[in-house]
Structure formats: C-alpha cells, structure tokens
Design a protein. Structure first.
Length: 343
C-alpha cells in the first residue's frame, strides 16, 4: 500500500517560495487536512492567499531565526518541509554572517521546534553546492546538513525523524536562470551566460516534490537522499530555452563566472557514493551513527579508502540541445509562456 499524506497537517518553512508554494499545491491535491505556510514575507503570503483562496491553508508570519515563531507554526503538525533559506550564491558571499543565521541557526531552530512538538518527520532542503563547497551559501548548507545529522545521532529516541534532500538546479524556480533567458528572449536581447562549458543538474519542481514525499515515508533518522538527475552545459540550456520559444540561432554572450560559482556541481561526494544505496530513481546515504569512542574501531574498522566516483554534473548523463528543449517544453511555466506568445 502506498503511504499517503491524506488527513495530515504539514508545515512548510519558506512556504511562499518556489519550492514551498509548489509543495503546498501538491499537498492540497493530496488531501491533507491543513498546510501551515511559514515565512517572513507578508506580501508573498497575501498574494498566495489570494491566488489559492484555500481554507486549508493557514499562514504564519515569522522567521526561522526566531524559534518561538517557528513553534507557533508547528503546533499540531505531523510533517515539516524545511525550505526557508538564503539561496543566492553572490549575496551569501557578501553577507556570510546572514547565511549562517538563517541556514544554520535557523535550521537548528526548526529541528528543535519539531522535536519539542512531536512532529513525525522533518525533511530539510539542501543543495549540490553543499558538496565540496567553495562558497558561503554551500558552506552554510553543508553545516545545515551536519546540524540535521547531529540531531539524529544525538537523539536516537526522538519520535521526530530528521532527513535531508539535496537538489541540483531546479528548473524555473525563483532566481534560476531559465526565467532570465525567457525575459531576454521576449525583450529581444542577447542571452547572457556566465561560462558556456559550465554544467548543471536539471530537475523540475515536480521532481523536487516527489523527492520530499519519498523522504517523508522512507527516511531513517539522518538519511540523505538525492535524485538521479541528468545535466547539460549552460550554453546548451540557453540554446534549448530559445529553441522552445522559436528562436533558432540566438545570440549568446559570455559575461564570466560570478562570485563563488563552480564549473560543475556535485550531488554526492565519492565518500558518500561509497556508502549510498540505489533506490531506483534515488540514492540514499545512511547516517554515520558512530559515537565519539573512536578507539572501538581501531582494530575492526575498514581501512580501505572508498573507490567510488562522485556523482556530479560532469559525469552524469549529458543532455543535448534537443533533449534539453524537450525537458524544458514540458514545464508548466514554459507551456504558459509559449501559449502567450502564440495568442
């Protein structure tokens, strides 16, 4: 029997963002009793309230930095999806202290509140930038993951299961590059890319929701989940977007790599791949639940270094312009854009 969220109360931090609002609609369609939307932006809350006009949505104004406001949103919740974060790489580079306060300290508040109020499962949203991080956003997300895993390790009797899902580039999410390409094409301007050979994973918002569902129902405390995702170069992504919009040979201008960006991203490090189990569409990496009694492992431990390769956007399936265009054309947001162009 397939597990169901029907009848449950689910709280979403960052509930007015791309992930949060998509997850909220999915939950409503799944028959949940109530969705608690927690965020700090009252304008977005008001817009979401008006757009959906749904009595099962309950809005809570607050900030993950304020534990009391988080607790207010979690009263009666069965599940929590933690999506609130500072996500923009350049802004986190200039204000790393703010990334720490939201992404690390705020996540600790979310987990502590869920534990206190008896939430069944908390799924924390992370990013491929947390693997081998070179920027403040990725570093703060890596420590968010460690915070979640430390809770699972240090609280084995808690009724709250805390797990982590890692994502690559979620297509058409707020702040992603496809909406920028769409605007540039509609304005008749050249497409601007940072570096054409740069590769990124591709994932739809719906696939991101499916991964959270999988974690809600299959996670053991401290588990990490990633979806097996294809990738393409940034140049391919730009040309594929243009193709979907009927532009055959777009002008593409390279503007250079931004603060803190990498040429390719990694969803699982080689050390994680060595421990990962294959679950079909997903990889699961279990918690390293060893204690601080390292001496126990001196004579019986495995001394061999892991031989697995990392799972990154350079060694996964590479998509062509045509394949990428087909993927982009299937996005609901892109279908709306094309329909408007053809009116």
């Amino acid at each position: 029997m397939t597990p169901s969220l029907a009848g449950a109360t689910v709280a979403i931090t960052g509930g007015t963002g791309s992930f949060g609002s998509t997850m909220a609609q999915h939950l409503l369609d799944s028959g949940v009793a109530q969705v608690n939307i927690f965020s700090r932006d009252e304008a977005k809350q008001d817009a979401m309230r008006s757009r959906l006009s749904e009595p099962r949505l309950k809005f809570f104004l607050g900030d993950v930095r304020d534990r009391e406001s988080v607790e207010n949103a979690f009263v009666g919740a069965d599940y929590v999806f933690h999506a609130a974060a500072l996500k923009q790489v350049p802004s986190c580079e200039f204000f790393p202290d703010q990334a720490v306060k939201t992404n690390i300290d705020g996540s600790r508040n979310v987990i502590a509140a869920a534990h206190k109020l008896g939430v069944q499962s908390v799924v924390c949203l992370s990013t491929d930038k947390a693997v081998y991080p070179v920027n403040a956003m990725g570093m703060s997300k890596a420590l968010m993951e460690k915070t979640a895993q430390a809770f699972a390790r240090n609280n084995p009797t808690s009724r709250t299961t805390v797990s982590v899902t890692r994502y690559g580039n979620v297509m058409y999410s707020r702040g992603s590059v496809i909406p920028l390409f769409v605007k540039q094409i509609l304005d008749g301007k050249p497409l601007t890319i940072t570096e054409g050979a740069m590769t990124r994973f591709l994932m739809s918002l719906q696939e991101s929701v499916d991964l959270v569902d999988h974690a809600f129902f299959h996670a053991e405390p401290g588990d990490l989940f990633v979806k097996k995702a294809p990738a393409c170069t940034v140049d391919t992504l730009a040309r594929a977007t243009a193709k979907v919009m009927g532009v055959v040979d777009p002008e593409v201008i390279t503007i250079g790599i931004r603060h803190g960006e990498k040429m390719f991203e990694t969803l699982l490090a080689r050390e994680e791949m060595a421990k990962a189990t294959d679950q079909g569409d997903y990889y699961r990496v279990p918690l390293d639940a060893r204690s601080l009694q390292y001496s126990v492992y001196v004579e019986e431990g495995d001394s061999e270094a892991p031989h697995a390769e990392s799972f990154d956007s350079d060694n996964t399936q590479q998509m062509s312009v045509d394949q990428t265009a087909e993927l982009i054309a299937g996005l609901p947001e892109m279908r709306e854009v094309v329909e408007r162009m053809n009116r």
